[in-house]
Design a protein around this ligand. Sequence first.
Ligand SMILES: [Zn+2]
Ligand SMILES: [Zn+2]
Length: 348
Amino acid sequence: MPSPATANRRADRAALALSMLCAIGCTPEPSASTESPPPSVAAPAPAAPPLPIADAPPIDGVARTAPDAIDDGLHVVLLGTGTPVPSPRRSGPALAVIAAGRPYLVDFGPGVVRRAVEAQERGVVALDPTRLDFALATHLHSDHTAGLSDLLLTPAVVGRGRPLRLRGPTGLVAMADHIVAAYRTDLAVRRGERSEAQMAGYRVEARDIEAGLVHADGPLRIRAFDVPHGSFDAAFGYRFDDGRRRIVVSGDTGPSDAVVEACDGCDVLVHEVYCKAGFDRGGADFRKYHGSFHTSAPQLAALAVRARPKLLVLSHLLLFGCSERQLLDEVVAGYRGRVALGRDLDVF
Ligand SMILES: [Zn+2]
Ligand SMILES: [Zn+2]
């Protein structure tokens, strides 16, 4: 059993976590914690997985791809499987699809560059920070974009020689422009020390996009598709197809036929999910908010039956006080296909 001090710290963290998740139109409900139940609840808090979690045996029985087995085909590297709740085990939402050795980032939550370097140090050579020059945003929630200044500047500091190409929903160009303006003092000092060619890596070429074909490079096609994410005007999922493999990333979304159509037997579907048992413990406002912005484990199971991915990867794990095992069990109760509970640095 945790000591009273530990239990109090966990309760404080749970209240903080919930207040952050409920930042938009949602009254926090102390009994529906995202991390651990408050002391008044009899069930013990789920034990935190060890650090780094990618070194622990996966609880889902699905084999991960070894970094040295990454070939010219499509692969996905999870860089952040977390949520707005800050966690050292699960970084802010971000992943990289590696295509023919080139990295394409999807989202750039806090910690994205350091997780990329961690993956590089474990053998994912494509995630050398100087090669991070293309990134797609699913939507503009802060947990998915708070790493943008880092992605814009840090790889350039260590030698990226090309501009950062950014694609995402309307508002992304303005966000990038404002970050560049915010760092004008830093950029002016660096400009004074470097040649124009050396400053190329500090430039950003951002474009607000609509659903459709976003990028083509050789056989690779990247398509954006619209997904419903509460009151957002625009939120995207992305589909990567190189003619041999297809990887689909849901982004943050309620259950959506668009994901089913984009996957349609795809090799890997990375999908967000929340624990229904934890959700059910929340108050009316809490359930109204998360019910319109996100997908429950039973809803995801039903969706996966129709989408038929060869591998379903759970990410952006909204536990609401459940254990990771509970969340996984809720999915496999309704879906017999292969399901991996995603962890930072997993490769598929
Ligand atoms: Zn999110
Ligand atoms: Zn979101």
